[in-house]
Design a binder for this molecule. Structure first.
Ligand code: FAD
Length: 504
């Protein structure tokens, strides 16, 4: 079943409406049919579920974007500069505490010490990136932070391994003994070094299970809980830095600042990953108030709460949701808001792809929820440009929330592999009609459509003045990279393209 259908209000794009184009065609017997089962076509309000993103009068809310607080925003370049300056300070510490280096053994030891210091600093940076710090979450975005964390993790594991090898080799050369004998000495006579060695192997193990080829084969939860051994590794390795590290042994100030760095990040992790979500959940009293089927394998969960305006959540953002049922309480999963946040209700929409997402359909009203967030930098700026929203599959969820609230001209292109996979069709058409926006449904496989529906040519023909617009893309990773490439090829500058991946 294939269709390239268009729903629009002939206002801004009156000229484009009139011109014939492939997207105006509707091919196949099912095209244009509403894929939602009849019992699901009642509005949430008809089912007693409040509709977030609508005014109390049931109209689509006026397009508006909440103001972003500038102090909450940091730039990627700023953060990377601070990290690099920290690394430079670490090397300066080594320089200051090392009067002279001589011989191959001395150079090997010195290099090992520098790499060890950088690894000790790097693990703190990696943990800080994942500490859910609001300026980082809002300014840079969780998916970008996760990419930095993953890339940094690979460097840190390499630094730790190289540090261990160089130090043992350097000590052995300086002591005129063998590497094996020096290793035995270090492990048997220095308990802190033994603990650090165990920590090194733990980090290596975490690095191995995080490799893409291995990670694809293990359950997310298995990977996640094994990954938490990193904290144990950091704790085990801490003491050897002061016990045998030349930069710290005789330098009280260095020990103080190094400890302060570790302690600060530990407090931030506990604060933002544990205390803040618990406190917020107590304050907002999140509870499931309804579950609604949106189509085959897709459901929306409505979560009620108090004082939700205090969250300053923005369309495009997500929360990590922990539903307190017997089978779900132990894991929290990220889901984007699929409607603009209301003052007393939030909506998420999930596709059932695994244990957790499947279990959501069985949630009962009244189920208590712990929600961490809002997170994410996938939110609309105030550029004043026209906006293109480009959704693939269930990636429509954050874009649906943005679609009803973004000011100015908006075009939504929704790519789905079949009519049945289109979620929110009625809502999207209603929003488009209310705000004078255009929605294109690009449905079917490439073979069925007879080409690439997201080619630069197609995008340019669907969106006049494309290169002047801001684009927000959300969908499966393959679709995101293809769309970003096509937008670039169509002449859109990289800085105007924003995307959110549903994979960390
Ligand atoms: C920022 C963000 C926003 C998202 N928004 C939506 C949304 O609006 N609608 C929607 O349907 N899906 C969304 N997802 C994807 C959703 O989180 C996963 O589909 C869901 O967690 C799968 O869990 P599962 O147990 O059902 O499946 P599994 O089979 O266990 O997992 C499938 C894949 O989902 C990812 N995943 C699983 N558990 C987690 C977790 N706890 N944290 C992070 N990733 C995990 C992993 O990549 C895993 O390989 C979003 C993901 C992210 C990162």
């Amino acid at each position: 079943m294939t269709s390239l259908t268009r729903r629009s209000v002939p206002d801004r794009h009156a000229g484009a409406d009139a011109s014939p184009g492939p997207w105006q065609e509707t091919r196949g017997p099912g095209a244009g049919r509403n894929p939602v089962a009849p019992q699901d076509r009642r509005s949430p309000r008809d089912q007693g579920i409040p509709h977030p993103g609508r005014s109390p009068h049931g109209r689509v809310g006026p397009p508006s974007v909440p103001d972003k607080k500038d102090y909450e925003r940091v730039s990627a370049r700023g953060v990377l500069t601070v990290i690099a300056l920290g690394a430079a300070a670490v090397i300066a510490l080594w320089w200051y505490s090392t009067p002279d280096v001589s011989g191959l053994g001395g150079w090997a030891t010195g290099a090992g010490e520098i790499l060890g210091l950088l690894a000790g600093y790097g693990v703190v940076v990696l943990v800080a990136l994942m500490a859910r710090l609001p300026p980082l979450e809002r300014g840079i975005g969780t998916d970008q932070l996760a990419r930095w964390h993953a890339m940094g993790g690979r460097y840190i594991v390499s630094l730790v391994v190289a540090h261990g090898l160089l130090i043992v080799w350097g000590y052995a050369l300086e002591a005129h003994t063998t590497v094996a004998s020096e290793t035995a000495t270090l492990l048997t006579q220095y308990p802190d070094v033994l603990m650090a060695t165990v920590a090194g192997f733990l980090l290596l193990g975490v690095g191995i299970i995080s490799m893409r080829a291995v990670r694809r084969r293990v359950r997310y939860e298995t990977w996640y809980y094994l990954h938490l051994y990193t904290y144990l590794a950091i704790a085990l390795a801490f003491s050897h830095q002061f016990a045998v590290g030349q930069s710290f042994i005789n330098n009280l100030a260095a020990r103080f600042w190094w400890s302060a760095m570790y302690l600060t990040v530990a407090v931030l992790v506990l604060w933002y990953r544990v205390a803040v979500p618990l406190r917020a959940s107590a304050r907002h009293e999140y509870k499931v108030i309804g579950v609604k089927s949106e189509g085959p394998g897709v459901i929306s969960v409505y979560i009620g709460g108090k004082h939700l305006d205090e969250l300053s959540a923005e369309p495009g953002q997500f929360f990590r949701w922990r539903f307190l049922t017997r089978s779900l309480w132990w894991s929290s999963h990220p889901y984007s808001l699929s409607a603009a946040p209301g003052t007393d209700v939030l909506r998420i929409t999930a596709k059932d792809i695994g244990d957790h997402s499947r279990a959501l359909s069985r949630l009962r009203p009244g189920t208590r929820v712990i929600a961490e967030g809002p997170y994410g930098a996938f939110t609309a700026g105030q550029s004043g440009r026209g906006v293109l929203l480009l959704a693939g599959g269930v990636g429509i969820t954050p874009l649906r929330a943005m679609f009803s609230t973004l000011p100015g001209p908006v075009t939504l292109i929704y790519r789905a592999s079949s009519e049945q996979d289109i979620v929110f069709r009625e809502e999207l058409d209603a929003i488009a009609a209310a705000r004078g926006a255009t929605v294109y449904y690009l449905v079917g496989s490439r073979a069925e459509i007879g080409g690439d529906p997201l080619s630069p040519k197609m995008l340019r023909s669907l969106v006049p003045g494309l290169e002047q617009q801001e684009a927000y893309v959300c969908g499966p990773p393959g679709m995101i990279s293809a769309a970003v490439e096509a937008l670039r090829a169509a002449g859109m500058p990289r800085r105007q393209i924003h995307f959110e991946s549903f994979e960390f």
